[in-house]
Design a protein. Structure first.
Length: 159
């Protein structure tokens, strides 16, 4: 299984980079993981709705340029479907069983994802109705992917 995480912005905090590195190392036994960072746009203090839309469009173009036609795309979006860890494990397993072994998971910037990215997605996934910092979301996503593989392997990590 090939998993690509496409995320807007760089992770600046060392503790988050360390956690990302740790989960990337753990996942290497289960899948081929690639993390792609695309540049984020600076958002003015009191940006208008039109300015925010333009920012999301520019970030969206960068994201879409890294999505391959054969990839199954899961976009993280607050309005997406919420799953349990076991359901996410089953979803990843089902993708593999149905020939979808190249998955891209997309994390937007602070304003969310452009509509074109949401339309390209095969699935919208929500971790909560709450908003999380997009840098922290990478760690949460990697941990849940790792947990999914452990569940699918019948290993006790998820308990």
């Amino acid at each position: 299984m090939n998993i690509t995480i496409i995320a807007v912005g760089k992770v600046k905090e060392r503790y988050l980079r360390d956690a990302i590195a740790e989960y990337s190392k753990r996942l290497s036994r289960f899948c081929k993981l690639k993390i792609v960072e695309v540049a984020d746009e600076k958002t003015p203090e009191h940006a208008s709705e039109a300015e925010e839309l333009q920012i999301k469009e520019r970030e969206g173009e960068r994201i879409l340029s890294h999505i391959k036609p054969q990839q199954t795309v899961i976009a993280l979006a607050i309005e997406g479907k919420m799953l349990t860890s076991e359901q996410l494990a089953q979803t990843i397993n089902d993708f593999g069983l149905h020939g979808h072994s190249n998955i891209a998971l997309v994390i937007g910037g602070s304003l969310g994802l452009d509509q074109r990215v949401l339309k390209r997605a095969d699935m919208l996934l929500s971790f909560s109705r709450m908003t999380f910092p997009h840098q922290l979301m990478r760690v949460i996503l990697l941990e849940q992917i790792y947990r999914a593989y452990k569940i699918n392997a019948g290993e006790p990590y998820h308990k």
